[in-house]
Write a protein that binds this ligand. Structure first.
Ligand code: NAD
Length: 511
């Protein structure tokens, strides 16, 4: 059943698929081409955040399982069953892999929705198409990676070869479980590496299926391994492993800093970090279309429940349009996202990932109120959605950039509006943060637009739109949002290293 067909299912259909999938959930680890139990037999529970009920008892990988998975990945790498096969053969396998994800879209969508509380409509319309596109794009890159022959004296040939790194460890977050994993797995595999993935413990189900689909597509055993487990156990063991050549991490800035330490404490492995954000959207008074801008503003913070690294969580609005902007935001944004059952295709807002996340977000909302920000709507738990970890879409205005709600990554549906006067102040507020992942700028003046693009410290900037892009777009942060660039051709290259081969020729001596 392909993605195109899945898009037409109604709630009953999705509930029936969920009921069929639940009794046969795979809970083991995927190592060296097959499902295996964790060596020490530990388990952790994954919960459906829409109901609060346990979904499955997952095998909890420990250091012993990471050792086993890394050993399998290293064996596969050294055997050359993936790293040395003809590039076009690798491409074919990855294209088949993408096609199988499409074929299995129904099951993957349900796993993602049950495990994370993500609206099924979003998974079908956004997450899964992006997963498939990522795998295809990275496959296309495989035979485009080139070395060089440099300009040397005539008795020498100097080649710069590009080679895979070896075993890549990938540690991924729960907010887009499949997509964030694939942003790592696909370029790493495309470059010829083997991979050990440690998904987030809040969302362990879907990536297990992914590994099996890769094998079904013809991927050799040991090339893609998935070890679920707790971050401070399995994740730490992977980041500390001396046979891992690179760790590619997406998650919080706090854990990103630990990953750098683990690399230093072990083998100086390369570290690619995609971390948190507190992205500003700057709305100048000459915004070209206020309606469109306001729609982009609430979508940019309420979609995916605000659990988005690049969420436009700080809305910087110039005083000249401040009142009109807020009036429209309240009129439209208040009702645009309605919390509901994630398996209903009409639902555009699910629960937050866990009860703890819900309590943390509600706590920050209380802090916002105490600090003097003005709560305009939301701010609590919505009625009529049962015991899931829901939070209502929330708007604060009259926010100052020194308030906790403007500084901390809330990771929930909480919009904060900060007034400003003129581009100087906009830049100062936008950059007054430890983060630098993304930003939006809205103005009809091309000079102002480019000034803001140049002066705002962020890895991705959208002009007169927000959160758009395609696979050619490097995605990653400045400052403490990280140092990596996902998507894009450059990401494949980042999973390679150069080898300089200097060949002295035995040529007749020239007269
Ligand atoms: P997290 O940092 O809590 O966990 C991320 C991953 O790290 C999980 O797999 C977790 O098990 C693992 N982990 C936790 N402690 C570890 C340790 N000591 N050693 C090794 N691994 C460990 O983040 P999260 O709550 O899963 O995800 C939300 C965060 O991810 C937010 O900060 C968000 O902004 C960020 N994020 C960033 C991007 C990006 O592209 N920049 C994309 C998505 C999410």
């Amino acid at each position: 059943m392909s993605l195109a067909v899945a898009a037409s299912h109604d709630r009953e259909h999705w509930s029936a698929i969920a009921a069929a999938v639940r009794p046969r959930l795979e809970t083991r680890l995927f190592i060296d081409g097959g499902y295996v139990d964790a060596l020490q037999g530990g388990r952790f529970t994954t919960t459906n955040p829409a109901t609060g009920a346990p979904l499955a008892e997952m095998s909890a990988g420990t250091q012993a399982d990471i050792d086993r998975a890394v050993a399998a990945a290293l064996r596969a790498f050294r055997a050359g069953v993936w790293s040395r096969i003809p590039p076009r053969q690798r491409m074919e396998i990855m294209y088949r892999f993408a096609a199988l994800v499409d074929e299995q879209a129904e099951e993957l969508a349900v796993l993602e929705s049950l495990d994370v509380g993500k609206p099924i409509a979003d998974v079908v319309a956004s997450d899964l198409p992006a997963v498939i596109e990522t795998i295809r794009f990275m496959a296309e890159c495989i035979d485009k990676v080139e070395g060089a022959v440099t300009n040397t004296e005539s008795g020498v040939v100097h080649m710069i070869l590009r080679e895979p790194l070896g075993v890549v460890g990938a540690i991924s977050p729960w907010n887009y479980p499949l997509l964030m994993a694939v942003w790592k797995i696909a370029p790493a595999l495309a470059a010829g590496n083997t991979v050990v993935l440690k998904p987030a413990e809040e969302a362990p189900l879907s990536c297990l299926r992914l590994a099996a689909l890769f094998m079904e597509a013809g991927g050799p055993a040991g090339v893609l391994n998935v070890v679920n487990g707790l971050g401070e156990v399995a994740g730490k063991a992977l980041a500390l492993h001396s046979d891992v050549a690179k760790i590619s991490f997406t998650g919080s800035t706090e854990v990103g800093k630990l990953i750098l330490q683990y690399a230093g404490q072990s083998n100086m492995k390369r570290v690619a970090l995609e971390c948190g954000g507190k992205s500003p959207q700057v709305f100048m008074a000459d915004v070209p279309d206020l309606d469109r801008a306001v729609t982009a503003a609430y979508r940019g913070i309420f979609s995916n429940m605000g659990e988005v690294c690049n969420a436009g969580s700080r809305l910087l609005v110039e005083r000249g349009i401040y009142d009109a902007f807020i009036e429209r935001f309240i009129a439209e944004g208040q009702h645009a996202y309605v919390p509901g059952d994630p398996l209903d295709p009409a639902t555009n807002m699910g629960p937050l990932i866990t009860r703890e996340a819900q309590q943390r977000v509600l706590g920050l909302i209380e802090t916002g109120k105490h600090e003097g920000a003005r709560l305009r709507f939301g701010g609590g738990i919505p009625a009529g959605v049962g015991p899931g970890s829901y939070v209502s879409p929330t708007l604060f205005t009259e926010v100052r950039n020194d308030m906790a709600i403007a500084r901390q990554e809330i990771f929930g549906p909480v919009a904060t509006v900060i007034p400003f006067n003129g581009a100087d102040e906009a830049v100062a507020i936008a950059n007054d943060t430890i983060y630098g992942l993304a930003a939006g700028v809205w103005t009809r003046d091309v000079n102002t637009a480019f000034r803001l693009v140049r002066e705002i410290e962020a890895g991705v900037i959208w002009i007169n739109c927000f959160d758009e892009g395609d696979m050619t777009q490097p995605f990653g942060g400045y400052k403490q949002s990280g140092n990596a660039r996902d998507k894009c051709f450059e990401s494949v290259v980042s999973y390679t290293q150069t080898k300089s081969a200097w060949l002295r020729l035995a040529l007749p001596v020239q007269k």
